[in-house]
Design a protein around this ligand. Structure first.
Ligand code: C2O
Ligand code: CU
Length: 445
């Protein structure tokens, strides 16, 4: 049943042969079990009534009654322990630490690394947060429904020796509520215009997280800004941007920094004027005042942004494996329903390809989209370096990601090091696509 694409081979280097001879230990697959945690969090999954910007009341499923869930902040190198208690989410829940390369057993994938945590059950996650950056967490059980219902939040890993923290450090979660009369687009929770006071001269960091299923547009007006990190990984020498629209992959993150000017700065999902009901964010030195209209004459392109720097993979890298993943859709049966199914190399999960690797190998993947929808591909447990898009090499800063939007007709080459043993999901983060087949595994031999 295994179908491998590309020219995967066993890898000839001596270090691999040695690595393959060593069985993987349980300690490698789990977070440290006995040490005392540096940080402890309690997250309770529960049914909660929320009010949408339209005034409509609806049931959400939340962590600790909050939407988004509580912001978790830890420091680089800390041992984090999270107790997940499910109060009353009937189908059961888990937590996946999206973008944090945790040991396999802590990855929170129901049916793969653990069972769903059922009502009145408790589950403990432990991992070392070893890379600073912006990440998020969400349930990974029936996730197309559970993330949509609100079971998500941000987790921020602060640098160990923090260079003077920005005075304003805000998370902006992008999430679309599907309602009976269409989609309500929100910034963060079901808010109206959110105002934040910031004095001129204050350094500001905005952490955008796209918790939705589609690419999310963000307009920033009233100030030049920099994109300082993608998916938690810092960019090298980012330059100032004005009038560029950001497009975040579903599941992806951008960190944006700027220095607060004398006048208001706006953040919006749509172009046009800011209004009290637009679900936008306004930073201003005063309680009043609106920023200039949200507009953009270009789209931010990570492939040519920043300046080149040393990276793990370069033009001379010799890869141990090369896999090709082709994304497409067709009519077919999935879970007993006849519908569009989303395929990887013509297959749907679990009849999908399993991409085998060995610890220590350098793996190249070609990702090609032959369908007509965006496919934000997310590999668990690893970070990928984007090498090229449509045959054109990345010319700016090294671009490291965990979620990469492959638009219709696009072809990317990416690379990662197989440095985290286990069985890992590699799936589309349009979770509705993952739910109709667009999932595969990367598995260690
Ligand atoms: Cu953010 Cu497999 O998920
Ligand atoms: Cu997809």
């Amino acid at each position: 049943r295994m179908s491998m694409a590309g020219d995967g081979h066993a890898g000839g280097h001596a270090r691999h042969a040695a690595a393959a001879a060593q069985p993987v230990s349980v300690a490698e697959l789990t977070g440290p079990r006995s040490a005392l945690p540096d940080r402890y969090f309690y997250l309770e999954a529960q049914k909660t009534m929320v009010t949408l910007p339209s005034g409509e009341q609806r049931e959400a499923w939340t962590f600790n009654g909050e939407l988004p869930g509580p912001e978790l902040r830890v420091k680089e190198g800390e041992l984090v322990e999270v107790a997940l208690y499910n109060r009353d989410v009937d189908a059961g829940v888990t937590i996946h630490w999206h973008g944090i390369d945790v040991p396999n057993a802590e990855d929170g994938v129901a049916g793969l690394t653990q069972d769903a945590v059922m009502p009145e059950q408790l589950h403990i996650y432990r991992f070392v947060a070893d890379e600073a950056g912006t990440y998020w967490y969400h349930s990974h059980h029936q996730s197309s429904r559970q993330v949509q219902m609100g079971l998500y939040g941000v987790i921020i890993v602060e640098p160990d020796e923090a260079p003077a923290q920005p005075a304003v450090d805000l998370t902006v979660m992008l999430h679309d509520w599907q309602t009976e009369n269409g989609t309500t687009v929100t910034l963060g929770g079901p808010d109206r215009l959110r105002r934040v006071k910031a004095e001129p001269g204050t350094p500001v960091r905005l952490r955008f997280v796209n918790a939705g299923n589609l690419p999310a547009s963000v307009y920033i007006s009233g100030v030049p800004f920099r994109v300082t990190a993608i998916d938690g990984a810092d960019l090298h020498e980012p330059g100032d941007l004005t009038g560029a629209r950001l497009e975040l992959a579903a599941g992806g993150r951008y960190d944006v920094t700027f220095v607060m000017p004398e006048t208001a700065v706006g953040v919006a999902r749509r172009g046009g004027p800011f209004a009290q009901d637009s679900g936008a964010l306004v930073l201003s030195p005063a309680d009043e005042g609106l920023p200039p209209d949200a507009a953009a004459d270009s789209v931010f392109d990570p492939a040519s942004y920043g300046t080149p720097a040393a990276a793990k993979f370069g033009p001379d890298t010799r890869y141990d494996r090369h896999y090709t993943l082709v994304f497409d859709n067709r009519l077919g049966f999935y879970n007993g329903k006849f519908n569009f199914v989303q395929t990887i190399n013509g297959r749907v999960f679990p009849d999908a390809p399993m991409f085998m690797v060995r610890e220590g190998e350098l793996v190249k993947m070609t990702l090609a989209n032959r369908g007509f929808e965006d496919h934000p591909m997310h590999l668990h447990g690893h970070h990928i370096q984007v090498l090229s898009r449509n045959g054109k090499a990345v010319t700016g800063s090294p671009w490291i990601a965990d979620t990469l939007n492959v638009a219709p007709g696009e072809r990317y080459e990416v690379a990662f090091e197989a440095d985290n043993p286990g069985i890992w999901m590699d799936h589309c983060h349009n979770l509705d696509h993952a739910a109709v087949g667009m999932s595969a595994h990367v598995a260690y031999e």
